[in-house]
Design a protein around this ligand. Structure first.
Ligand code: NAG
Ligand code: NAG
Length: 363
């Protein structure tokens, strides 16, 4: 049991890591909202202070469209005695128009009863808008009395992108250089773990690409590539492709220098030399570029104690999945949900007591 707990904790830590920071809630598709900070100031500078506070968090101040309005009013509203929820509206003194601090146009407004008419007039600098608990947008113009500034912000989790480094846009291949193993064979084994091989090189362009990767790494004068001599002494690519291009340095391959090939970027401009297969060199791999993954239900089986996430979480909430809990007939099933984090707006968990035609037992 102890072991399970440890495993679970470890998984939880990793898992929580890519979600919203403290005080922020995951709303949908990697968007986090919450109180970014507080300060004391006047309405004259409240909007600027809020802008700075959110900016520090790589976030934007409260910017409204219909959906945001609903959220801030219903989920985060606080009494005025606690402070003012400052909106991200600033006066453009050139155009005399109110503009959102993220530069988006002011194209959403609530119905007229719910905002100060000043919003439709030329703007005035030195004033700040706030969201009143009665859900109105009001303009604070008092620049003498200090107020509690509540700076709510919206931020976007960074979506993980496939590693660009080492990928050639043209041939859809990536050439990661992996650290030195014990020998050439080790290099090939490491490349295999990425679902690839030691690189086979079929033209000058690919050769240059691998060379550039190796130069960028700068740890060694050469890198293993995927050519190896067979018993007959003829070099072949490990991935079985044709030897339709060679780039040996003058005089190479040299007899008794070794049966493995390395691309040298230090003494030559990326020419090849044969070398002892037991040399300790980084390996230039060649792997297919990871395709853009569309979130999908996996249908995989989970062991008791495992943590699983809905597809695309936390970056997407568009894929509904069914999870089936199976027990032998006649046994009872006890279900305990220890930890559930969801996109607040759009995810839900519904439990039925049978796969098809069952009753809803919880939501
Ligand atoms: C302010 O308005 C002027 C005139 O419309 C425009 O050129 C400028 O980009 C605006 N500045 C900001 C920060 O929105
Ligand atoms: C909200 O409260 C403000 C300040 O008390 C008031 O001026 C405004 O009329 C109220 N708005 C609504 C829609 O109740």
């Amino acid at each position: 049991a102890q072991m399970w707990r440890l495993l679970t904790l470890f998984a939880l830590r990793q898992f929580v890591f890519c979600t919203c920071s403290e005080n922020f809630r995951l709303i949908k598709d990697g968007e986090c909202r919450g109180l970014g900070g507080t300060d004391v100031g006047t309405f004259a500078d409240a909007a600027f202070i809020t802008w700075f506070i959110c900016d520090e968090l790589i976030a934007t101040a409260m910017v409204f469209n219909f959906q945001h309005y609903y959220y801030w009013v219903n989920e985060e509203s606080v009494p005025l005695s606690d402070g003012y929820m400052i909106m991200g509206l600033l006066c453009n003194t050139t155009s005399r128009e109110w503009v959102w601090t993220d530069m988006s146009p002011l194209d959403y407004k609530p119905t007229k009863a719910y905002y100060d008419p000043a919003l439709d007039k030329p703007c005035v600098p030195g004033a700040s808008w706030y969201l009143h608990p009665n859900s109105s947008w009001l303009l604070g113009v008092n620049n003498k009395d200090p107020i509690n500034i509540l700076s709510f912000c919206t931020t976007q989790l960074e979506h993980p992108t496939p590693e660009d480094a080492g990928c050639d846009e043209e041939d859809e291949l990536c050439y990661p250089i992996v650290p030195s193993g014990e020998n050439w064979q080790d290099g090939e084994a490491t490349c295999k773990r990425f679902d690839g091989n030691l690189a086979s090189i079929h033209n000058k362009q690919e050769n240059n690409f691998v060379r550039r990767q190796a130069v960028a790494l700068y740890s060694s004068h050469a890198v293993f590539i995927g050519a190896k001599a067979g018993n007959d002494g003829v070099f072949q690519w490990i991935d079985g492709t044709e030897m339709d291009f060679v780039n040996w340095a003058p005089g190479y391959p040299k007899e008794n220098f070794g049966d493995c090939a390395a691309l040298d970027w230090y003494r030559t401009a990326g020419q090849w030399m044969n070398i002892d297969c037991n040399a300790k060199l980084p390996a230039a791999c060649m792997v297919n570029k990871a395709p853009d993954v569309v979130p999908a239900c996996t249908g995989q089986a989970y062991e008791e104690g495992a943590i699983f996430t809905s597809p695309g979480y936390p970056f997407s909430s568009n894929t509904p999945c069914e999870y089936l809990l199976e027990v032998p007939a006649g046994k009872q099933l006890q279900l305990e949900i220890i930890y559930l984090e969801s996109n607040e707006c759009c995810d839900s968990l519904v439990l039925h007591d049978a796969h098809q035609g069952g009753h809803q037992i919880a939501k």
